[in-house]
Design a protein around this ligand. Structure first.
Ligand code: TRP
Ligand code: SF4
Length: 342
């Protein structure tokens, strides 16, 4: 792990490892969408970067403010799933957003310079409000979601932020807010660039984006029977009605899952044979299960192993919270000075 800007003269010249920050909201069990869309990438990046990954519990509250019990219940599960999936707690800094109060302070200060119009224009703001019509999201906290996200990133001076395609608009806002801040107070904050996960979005069993709130998700440690049922019942190309109809894999969630769980040859075969009606969807799904089921089994085994070290998650978070707070406090000192608050 590389420490930044040590004041002691280093005896060896070392280039600081570039830093990345990313978070996930603890709003339920981790599913394949989280893995393919983010976690897999986090794991791949953890050797090359100084990584800060956190549980975005305050962000979870923006939509779950009425009953936050799911947030508390999911957090330990989520971190355990990260570790079981292969994120090495010895290599990366894992922490909890609400344990590092500097995020809240920076959020408040950035809020002073963020025009409301910018926030109203963020596409996810309108989309989410429509999709989660069962709750009242006309709240300051919800509108300010991307500002809090900006604070999460800027507090660590992260150059890069690994995110899925759906977060790119938040990163754009983050860059604009940082630029505006720097233009008022001097070059204090780092403009973050997105590091977009290359995998296409993961669709759920109903053909919409995989999401806990749609009830269409397959969990990382989903039991075999239930995973099999979900896959066999999953929506495919809706235009492919009969076995002899040619299909379009680009609109089919099964095809996207093949990309994550089958060999490159098999993905190519599916792509070809689907378009010519050479294979049927039932066979295509069985092929997918050959790769998917062992992967779920491996995850369940890793989770069971983790249960043998019940304090690991807690200790990891305690260590991570401490390091995160140290780094964030250094940034906040610069911010307070630049704004003439101290
Ligand atoms: N908004 C992100 C999501 O829903 C979660 C998040 C919160 C995040 N803060 C962040 C991601 C900072 C990257 C960096 O997935
Ligand atoms: Fe989807 Fe496979 Fe059916 Fe094509 S053959 S529509 S990729 S399930």
């Amino acid at each position: 792990m590389t420490l930044v800007a040590s004041s002691a003269t280093p005896s060896v010249v070392s280039t600081p490892t570039p830093r990345i920050v990313s978070g996930m909201r603890p709003t339920g069990r981790m599913h394949l969408g989280h893995y393919q869309g983010a976690l897999k990438n986090w794991i791949a990046l953890s050797d090359a970067y100084d990584c800060f990954f956190f549980s975005a519990d305050w962000h979870a509250l923006t939509t779950h403010y009425r009953d936050a019990s799911i947030v508390r219940e999911s957090e330990r599960e989520m971190i355990a799933d990260w570790i079981a999936a292969g994120l090495d707690p010895a290599k990366v800094t894992l922490f909890k957003q609400s344990a590092v109060k500097q995020h809240a302070e920076l959020f408040l200060l950035l809020g002073m310079v963020t025009p409301l119009g910018w926030l109203e224009r963020v596409p996810t703001y309108k989309e989410q409000k429509e999709q989660l019509a069962d709750r009242d999201l006309n709240m300051l906290g919800f509108l300010g979601y991307p500002v809090l996200q900006t604070a999460d990133i800027a507090a660590y001076g992260a150059q890069r932020v690994p995110v899925g395609q759906d977060q790119v608009s938040h990163l754009e806002l983050a860059r604009e807010v940082v630029r505006r801040f720097n233009s008022f107070y001097g070059p204090v904050l780092v403009e973050p660039q997105p590091l977009v996960t290359p995998t296409p979005k993961v669709l759920g069993t109903d053909g919409r984006k995989m999401s806990k709130s749609y009830g269409n998700a397959i969990e990382l440690g989903e039991a075999e029977d239930s995973a099999r049922k979900k896959i066999m019942g999953m929506v495919t190309d809706p235009a492919r009605v009969r076995r002899q109809d040619p299909g379009n894999p680009d609109v089919c969630g099964i095809y996207y899952l093949h990309k994550g769980y089958s060999s490159a040859e098999r993905v190519a075969t599916v792509d070809r044979e689907c378009r010519t009606a050479g294979i049927g969807c039932v066979d295509c799904k069985k092929w997918l299960l050959e790769g998917l089921l062992p992967s779920l089994e491996k995850h369940r085994a890793a989770r069971a192993d983790l249960e043998k070290q019940p304090e690991l998650v807690q200790l990891t978070l305690e260590r991570g919270n401490k390091r995160a707070a140290e780094v964030a406090e250094t940034t906040l000192q610069h911010v307070r000075e630049a704004m003439k608050l101290q």
